[in-house]
Design a protein around this ligand. Structure first.
Ligand code: ADP
Ligand code: MG
Length: 291
């Protein structure tokens, strides 16, 4: 690499690190670190599932938060998860992403990757992206820089030791900007975006890392009706290219995107089926929808 490029890359990296340190202080260290991670090979989809949980149990001080949870998701599927507060929806995502270790059970990514053998950062690097409820974008950077930064967290980019976007990365960045409806806002400071746009930007930051599976916890909470509708369209566009697991309470949103729905209750699957099927299920009405 030529010296001027290296200097520019180093300067940009220093700027990111400063912004990161500042944001980490503000967010209590919730954003992911710049770690170098070993990534295993391809995800094996030969058995028609990208994610597979079998009889998973987790207790917190004797309380069974997850209690015999089994579920699988097909490649390209958009699965909605609903259920009352405390059902274990967020804990399930904590288990898939390696944040919480189950007491027993199996959790596989594809047919061969045992997620229980991997750490949180490794699981993210393997292609499982997670969106938390609260947006965690870098408020002081532009929309474009936020997406660039997401690339910088990708170990494949670190491997090249370069901080200048190549053509393929630039194309990907613009394609993501268009997908998340922020093409016209690329130069805007992220802190000036609406709540809904910040959520889209954070989804864009996940997309920059080309995840195979996206876990989204209450993505439309706090959005306006129009933002919610556009988020439904966004998810329908992502489906197929990515597998999505979406936890939401907003039933209009669920209706707009729904295929197969899983109803969680007391840490296990209560019902599974189309929205009409689960809405007609007496047990589901009793624990969730009827209240
Ligand atoms: P949901 O997302 O469906 O509302 P959660 O997964 O957040 O439910 O929580 C399931 C249950 O597990 C709740 O009763 C919650 O209080 C409990 N729980 C979750 N995480 C912890 C934890 N780290 N320590 C103790 N209890 C927890
Ligand atoms: Mg939750």
């Amino acid at each position: 690499m030529i010296p001027s490029q290296m200097a520019a890359g180093a300067e940009r990296l220093a700027k990111y690190k400063q912004a990161r340190a500042r944001e980490n202080t503000l967010s209590g260290g919730r954003t992911a670190g710049f770690s170098r991670i070993a990534v295993p090979g391809e995800v094996d989809l030969t058995h028609g599932r990208i994610l597979y949980l079998e009889d998973v149990h987790v207790s917190f001080d004797g309380f069974k938060a997850i209690n015999g949870l089994s579920l699988d998701i097909a490649p390209g599927e958009l699965r909605c998860i609903i259920g009352p507060n405390g059902a274990g929806k967020t804990t399930m995502m904590d288990i898939i992403t390696g944040k919480t270790r189950p007491d027993s059970g199996q959790v596989f990514f594809g047919s061969t990757i045992n997620l229980l053998r991997h750490r949180e950062a490794e699981i993210a690097a393997m292609g499982i992206g997670r969106k938390f409820q609260k947006p965690t974008v870098f408020e002081h950077l532009s929309v474009f820089e936020n997406l660039e930064l997401a690339l910088a967290c990708d170990k494949r980019v670190w491997a090249s030791l370069s901080f200048t976007l190549n053509g393929e990365q630039r194309d990907r960045l613009y394609s993501v900007l268009s997908t998340i409806l922020l093409l016209d806002s690329a130069a805007r400071q992220a802190g000036t975006l609406s709540h809904g746009q910040k959520q889209w930007l954070e989804i864009g930051m996940l997309l920059m890392q080309e995840p195979q599976l996206l876990l989204l916890d209450e993505p439309v909470a706090g959005m306006t009706d129009e933002e919610t509708e556009r988020t439904a369209e966004l998810f329908l566009r992502l489906k197929g290219k990515h597998s999505l697991m979406v936890v939401e309470h907003d039933m209009a949103f669920i209706r707009a995107i729904s295929e197969k729905i899983t109803v969680l209750c007391d840490g296990a699957v209560l019902a599974e089926g189309t929205l009409d099927q689960v809405q007609a299920d007496e047990r589901v009405i009793e624990v969730y929808l009827g209240r």
